[in-house]
Design a protein around this ligand. Structure first.
Ligand code: PLP
Length: 356
């Protein structure tokens, strides 16, 4: 197999794929695959139970928070957040510093007045003292790791009691999180937590049930909270994969161990960029460099294609930057091994020596 640096859908741990293969035709003695058994069967209840318990254990989710398994990906949460949280208030604060917080803001503008609490064009996480928060906002929204630009927050914004909402799609399960500081955290599964088709929301219970009567039933967090995420047919295979990822994460040592590994992996690539005498450059400020998505450009852009072709020849896949920003991006999610990152760093050095 290649080393997969794709931003999502992303690499899965090899051990998880092995279990999926072994259980594919006969799921734990059921005589059918996980995709063919009832989502209301005891066998599936165990699977979704393992996923929920795993999330609660790995992230230390406190009592008083619900774990909701939803479909519709990240984009659905862009709509669900305002629909569920505005209540009688008509305003929300958005910190905008990249593609995904900008998209979330655009969607929220359909439902309410939006205050841009801070704005950056994808080079840094705005600092606490720069935030212009509106005390009347229903919530404060931000994206903890901007996947396209490679910008990650190194702090949790203080909001003076207004519920804080975070999109952690691309850095969940990669470091400890104090969930009690948030009104809601949501994440798509397809990077660090499984496959596409599943989005998970951790929501403080007092914030559930505030959606208005016009809120579509499948966007209302209450629908999932009241039914144990079994209101309709859930994405059974995606939930199953996430339950296996939970198991894998716990076996590996949990999110603290993922934090240690991600610091080593991203540190190696940033060091390679910094020591390349300008051959490689990153626009991202040091305090905001993402541990998950390392974005960089070659000084001489005419070398982009040969760089990518050489990477592919060595089995280093998915290094091309997002079409909106160009350049390169290496995504270093939990399933990407140190050995792969070492191979990429070695290749970058060799390429710079040859072309510098
Ligand atoms: N939020 C972040 C941080 C993302 O990286 C992405 C997609 O890559 C999304 C939201 C959108 O997710 P989806 O494609 O599931 O709608």
């Amino acid at each position: 197999r290649c080393f997969n640096f794709a931003p999502g859908p992303a690499a899965l741990p090899f051990e998880v794929l092995e279990v999926i293969r072994d259980e594919l035709f006969d799921f734990r003695g059921e005589g059918a695959s996980i995709m063919e058994i009832s989502h209301r069967s005891p066998a599936f209840a165990k699977v979704i139970g393992e996923a929920e318990t795993g999330i609660r254990t790995l992230l230390g989710v406190p009592d008083g928070y619900d774990v909701l398994f939803m479909q519709g990906g990240g984009h659905q949460q862009f709509s669900a957040v305002p629909l569920n949280l505005l209540g009688t208030r008509r305003k929300a604060d958005y910190i905008v510093n990249g593609t995904w917080s900008r998209k979330a803001l655009k969607e929220a503008q359909k439902f309410c007045e939006v205050n841009v609490a801070a704005l950056d064009d994808g080079t840094r996480a705005p600092r606490q003292q720069e935030l212009r928060l509106d005390p009347d906002a229903a919530y404060v929204y931000y994206c903890d790791n901007e996947t396209v630009h490679g910008v990650e927050f190194d702090y949790v914004p203080e909001t003076g009691g207004v519920p804080l909402v975070a999109d952690m799609s691309s850095n969940i399960m990669t470091r400890p999180v104090d969930v009690s500081r948030f009104g809601a955290i949501w994440f798509g599964a397809q990077k660090n937590f499984g496959i596409a088709g599943l989005a998970i929301a951790l929501v403080r219970q007092d914030l559930i049930g505030k959606a208005g009567p016009a809120c579509p039933v499948m966007l209302d967090w209450k629908t999932y909270a009241q039914s144990g995420s079994l209101f309709n047919t859930p994405p059974v295979f995606a939930i199953y994969v996430s339950s296996l990822v939970c198991r894998w994460l716990l076996q590996q040592g949990g999110v603290k161990e993922m934090q240690r590994r991600s610091a080593l992996k991203s540190g190696l690539l940033y060091q390679t960029i910094d020591e390349s005498e300008g051959f490689y450059r990153t626009r991202v400020q040091k305090d905001s460099r993402s541990r998950m998505n390392v974005t960089f450009a070659l000084r001489d852009e005419s070398l982009n294609e040969p760089f990518l072709a050489g990477a592919l020849e060595r089995g280093l896949k998915g290094v091309k930057g997002h079409r909106s920003v160009g350049g390169m991006r290496a995504s270093l999610y939990n399933a990407v091994p140190q050995e792969g990152v070492q191979a990429l760093a070695d290749y970058m050095k060799e390429f710079a020596r040859r072309h510098g």
